[in-house]
Design a protein around this ligand. Structure first.
Ligand SMILES: Nc1ncnc2c1ncn2[C@@H]1O[C@H](COP(=O)(O)OP(=O)(O)OP(=O)(O)O)[C@@H](O)[C@H]1O
Ligand SMILES: [Mg+2]
Length: 281
C-alpha cells in the first residue's frame, strides 16, 4: 500500500505586499512520517513559504492540498486541527501570561477536558526538556526557552503535520541533539514535518528530502545526498555540512561523501583498514 500524502504543494506564484517579493515554481509532496527541509539563504522566502503552506495567505496561484483537501476551502480550525506552524520568532507565537496558559490554549479551544489539557501540557513540556515550567511567566523566559514553549504548544496539540521555522535557533548543542531525537521519534509515530533551517550540519540527521529555495524560486528538490554533495552549493549562497566539506578535499580517493560525523568516522575506518591491509601485503 502506498503511503498517504499529507501535503501536496504547488505554488506557481505568490506575491507579498506591494510586489516586493514573490515565491515562484515551488512544488513538493509530503507523505506520512516524512521530513522535508527547506534550505535557502536569508531572504530566500522560507518563512513566507511556511506561512502560505499553513493557509495564512490564500491569494497564491496554484494549489495546496492538505490531506487531499484544498486548503483555501478549509476553516482555520480545520487546518489547526491537522497542522501547526512554529514561527521563526517565538514572540509572534506566544501571547498568554504563563507557560501553562499558552500551551493549554490550543487544546482548550478544541474542547478537551481540563484533565487531558493538564497531562498534554506536562507531556509537551517534558518533550522539550522544560519540566515544571507551567507557572513561569512568558516574559521572564530566555529566547531558547520561549522557542521551546512555542514548540511545546504544537506538541500538546498532537497535530499530524508540523511546519517548523528555524526550530533550533537559540538551542544549545545538547538541546539541539534532544530536538533531533524528539523529531525522529515523532516521525516514527507518523508525524510529518516541513522544516526551514540554516543549520545544514543537522539536516542529514532527519531530512528525507530537501527543497532549495533561492530568491523565492524552488530551484532543486532531492534527497539529502543529492543536494548536500552538489559541487556548486556556494553558488546558491549555501554550504554543505562541514564534514562533507572536509571530505570533499579527498573526493577522488574515497568511494562516497559522508554527510554526518558518524558516516565520516565509518568511512575513515574503512579507508584506514584498506590502507593498512595493502601495506602489510
Ligand atoms: N510582509 C511583507 N511585506 C513585504 N516583504 C516582505 C514581507 N515579509 C517578508 N518580506 C520580504 O520577503 C523576503 C523573504 O522573506 P522571508 O522571511 O520569507 O525569508 P527567509 O528565507 O525566511 O529569511 P531568513 O533566513 O532570514 O529567515 C525578504 O526579502 C523579506 O524582506
Ligand atoms: Mg525566515
Amino acid at each position: 500500500m502506498s503511503t498517504p500524502l499529507r501535503l501536496q504543494v504547488k505554488i506557481e506564484e505568490f506575491t507579498l505586499g506591494a510586489g516586493t517579493f514573490s515565491l515562484k515554481d515551488i512544488s513538493f509532496e509530503l507523505a506520512r512520517g516524512e521530513a522535508l527541509v527547506v534550505l535557502g539563504p536569508s531572504g530566500a522566502g522560507k518563512s513566507t513559504l511556511l506561512k502560505v503552506v499553513d493557509g495564512l495567505y490564500k491569494d497564491f496561484k496554484g494549489e495546496i492540498l492538505l490531506n487531499g483537501r484544498d486548503i483555501r476551502k478549509l476553516t482555520p480550525r480545520d487546518i489547526y486541527s491537522q497542522m501547526g506552524l512554529l514561527f521563526q520568532n517565538p514572540e509572534d507565537q506566544l501571547f498568554a501570561e504563563t507557560v501553562f496558559e499558552d500551551i493549554a490554549f490550543g487544546p482548550r479551544n478544541m474542547g478537551w477536558s481540563e484533565e487531558d489539557i493538564r497531562s498534554a501540557v506536562r507531556r509537551a513540556l517534558s518533550l522539550v526538556h522544560l519540566d515544571g515550567f507551567e507557572e513561569r511567566k512568558i516574559d521572564t523566559l530566555s529566547f531558547g526557552e520561549k522557542k521551546r514553549v512555542a514548540l511545546a504548544g504544537l506538541l500538546a496539540m498532537g497535530q499530524e503535520i508540523l511546519l517548523l521555522d528555524e526550530p533550533t535557533s537559540g538551542l544549545d548543542p545538547l538541546l539541539e541533539k534532544n530536538f533531533i531525537a524528539c523529531l525522529n521519534n515523532l516521525k516514527k509515530t507518523g508525524v510529518s514535518f516541513v522544516i526551514a533551517t540554516h543549520n545544514v550540519d543537522m539536516v542529514p540527521y532527519f531530512a528525507d528530502k530537501i527543497l532549495l529555495l533561492v530568491d523565492g524560486k524552488g530551484c532543486l528538490l532531492g534527497s539529502p545526498n543529492d543536494i548536500l554533495t552538489k559541487g556548486d552549493l556556494e553558488n546558491y549562497k549555501l554550504r554543505p555540512p562541514l564534514i562533507t566539506q572536509l571530505f570533499k578535499s579527498f573526493e577522488e580517493k574515497i568511494p562516497y561523501l559522508p554527510l554526518t560525523v558518524e558516516e565520516g568516522r565509518a568511512l575513515l575506518l574503512e579507508v584506514l583498514c584498506k590502507d593498512s591491509k595493502s601495506r602489510t601485503r
